[in-house]
Unconditional design. Structure first.
Length: 312
């Protein structure tokens, strides 16, 4: 979808306050006549920032699999909205006859809007169904995961994606409780787990819900597929900026920017002789994090980490 010609880039940030906005825009080193891709349009904050730095002939492609995001499109002919998961970025850019771009941005955080819409099931703070689908067109929901997966699968899920300390006990309890009560709603799910909550309940359920959301939306699989396409999509000197919100994502981005792969050092190949040289050069040696001012304005930015790399 391409919008009309006027360039009203003022946005309502109530949907989602853009994290590390200036740091991201500066890191992309935006060329006024360039072509850019915002892989996680959301509330449109980062996209509006890019448009402000683009000239009349610049172009921006905005991806978002959440249909709610379309409502935040600015009235600007330079932006094209693509309602798809960013794992398909290469295919849809080719469909729009775009071979190389000058910059790619992805903010991997769940938007404030999604957290605050109780019926979407992303937050343990609100009542609603155990849903958690970013893309409402898909069939897998959090309810299906907790209601049908085996104890072993659930244990691995909560241990790896949520870093839940008692993941084994949690998995066993879910399997036991789903035989006696419905886990379809958030309230029922939390009630079923009351006896196994360790430490701060808010932190505990945040970890549990994070693990389920990552699995339901295949977030790490999509991130890997997207990153593998980035070097081939960027023009020489083009940049990619990725904002992550937990260690699993950050490790994948860090390793890919450094080595062009997702694995830590291979002990059988300490000098990396069996791998092709990476096509990206990390611009940020350490991740960029929010300053005190942003942390006061937006506490959710506390866990954000920005990494930037350049196509060589």
């Amino acid at each position: 979808m391409t919008t009309s010609n006027s360039q009203d880039n003022k946005g309502d940030y109530s949907y989602h306050l853009p994290v590390l906005l200036q740091e991201t825009l500066d890191g992309l080193a935006i060329r006024p006549q360039g072509v850019y891709v915002d892989l996680t349009f959301g509330g449109g904050g980062h996209s509006r920032g890019i448009l402000e730095r683009l000239g009349p002939k610049g172009k921006l492609f905005a991806f978002d699999q959440d249909s709610d995001a379309r409502r935040n499109l600015p009235d600007d002919s330079r932006i094209t909205f693509l309602p798809h998961n960013f794992r398909h970025v290469g295919r849809f850019l080719r469909l729009h006859e775009t071979v190389a771009v000058d910059g790619i941005l992805a903010d991997l955080g769940v938007s404030s809007h999604q957290f605050d819409e109780g019926h979407r099931g992303f937050s343990y703070r609100f009542e609603g169904d155990m849903d958690m689908r970013m893309d409402q067109r898909q069939t897998l929901t959090a309810y299906e995961v907790v209601n049908t997966w085996s104890e072993q699968q659930l244990h691995k899920l909560f241990e790896q994606y949520g870093e839940v300390t008692n993941a084994r006990t949690l998995a066993r309890t879910i399997v036991q409780m789903r035989g006696t009560m419905s886990l379809r709603t958030i309230a029922n799910f939390k009630t079923a787990l009351n006896s196994v909550v360790k430490g701060n309940p808010n932190k505990y359920f945040a970890q549990v819900f994070q693990a389920l959301r990552i699995e339901v939306n295949d977030e790490l699989g999509a991130l890997k597929e997207m990153l593998q396409q980035v070097p081939g999509l960027l023009s020489i000197g083009g940049r990619v900026a990725i904002i992550t919100f937990h260690s699993l994502e950050d490790r994948l981005v860090k390793n890919f920017f450094k080595k062009g792969s997702f694995e830590d050092e291979d002990p059988s190949d300490p000098f990396g002789q069996s791998t092709a040289p990476p096509l990206l050069k990390a611009i940020t040696k350490k991740p960029v994090i929010s300053g005190e001012t942003e942390l006061r304005q937006n506490p959710r930015s506390r866990s954000a980490k920005l990494r930037i790399a350049e196509r060589i």
